[in-house]
Design a protein around this ligand. Sequence first.
Ligand code: C2O
Ligand code: CU
Ligand code: CU
Length: 479
Amino acid sequence: MAAAGGLTVLGGRHSRAGGENPWGLPTGNAANYGTVRPPSFARPLPIPPIKQPTRTGPGGDEIDLVLRPGTGQPLPGAATPILGFDGIWPGPTILATRGRPTLVTVRNELGEAANVHNHGHHAPAASDGHPLQTIKPGGSRLYTYPNNQTGGTYWYHDHTFGLTGAHLFRGLGALYIIRDPAEDALGLPTGEYDVPIMIQDRLFDAGNALEYTVDAGTTFTGVLGNTLCANGVHTPFFDVAARRYRFRFVNGANSRNLRLALGNGDPIVQIASDGSLLSAPVIQTSVELAPSERADCIIDFGHLQPGTSVVLRNLDPTWPELPDVLRFNVVRKESDGSRVPEHLAEVPRIPIGEAKKKHRRLRFQLADGKWTINGLRYDPARIDFRVKLGTTEIWEIENGEQTQMHPFHQHMVPFQVLDINGAPPPPAHLGWKDSVAIPPAGRARLIMRFYDYTGTYVFHCHKLEHEDHAMMLQQEIVA
Ligand code: C2O
Ligand code: CU
Ligand code: CU
């Protein structure tokens, strides 16, 4: 539905009414969530294809990726126009190996500027997908990903200033997995038993076209949908054998929180948070994921009889509530050679004393009706502060908003959570993180080391309509 004076994306076109710039907050209230689409569990969960390298040489794997319009089939009936990496939603999964670089050449055939940010990647600034470093229509750009970081589940998405939300909503998101030989030796489920699942809520019009409306209401709450999709399909089913699986859950929603749980009450065993294994598995009845967070989870169907089904539920109360994600159908018995070791990885805690003097306070808040950090809105011409390469800092992130959380996301370096509202973080937050939910009116302290790269990197709220309008700042890492 079109927003008067707002930003509307319909039928593959973006328009900024009245030449509105991304610094200005839209007005009007046009989003219409309609009624929540009931689950169907009628179509299979698609697994995005693994992107094959064009060349593999001593310098790494070379990949050619194209940004182009395409179609998806999230709903029965008419196909849905999307913008996709290689024209599909989600885009192809990039598989990398720790220590071996991946060189991705991206050609933009979208007819509008766009770019690629590898979320959670420790990359040189020129390959980070800074909001102003976009690829012109018809142009291309080389992104170099060193893969010198913990193996795990990452994801890549567009990061165009002011349009990140619109672009991700229309399909520009995909997984990036770093394999680590040490992790492969653990005996966790692999191959067809290691399944990526990107979860996103969407809104469609009567003809199955995506409806993305930015107005005062959606800029405040973030864009929310009435239809939950897993790997680009509304409430699919996934046939499983009666054994253990590893699911890589990615919250790829623009602004929606998720709280995943199994309908039969079985536990979910989380083994990784964002891009790193936890030191030990964490058994949970539900797994909370803020936008952009990932959780790798083991679900054991081993005690279930073929013929049984288990619904993956979303218990998060965000309105409109979307309680069904997908359904697992146990279809056969099978022997299971996998295991979940009690010790998964070394995750040494950064000693607090390593942060010599820099304690930054960053307050995420609404100021004069605008999303700000320390009262500032993103200005690409302004460096908000400088950080010395090789130092360790503690950042205290405050949420000045009473009614909603802000998922804080830092580029380039991972962090560890020291505390949330003064209390130690939950066990599932004890790994390396790149995004964390700051609770309403709450605060969190994070510790991070700035290493390897200098240059300008952004950090922001990962509710993308907050980020686009413009709850984002930038730091320059200097030698
Ligand atoms: Cu996933 Cu700056 O973003
Ligand atoms: Cu990122
Ligand atoms: Cu926010």
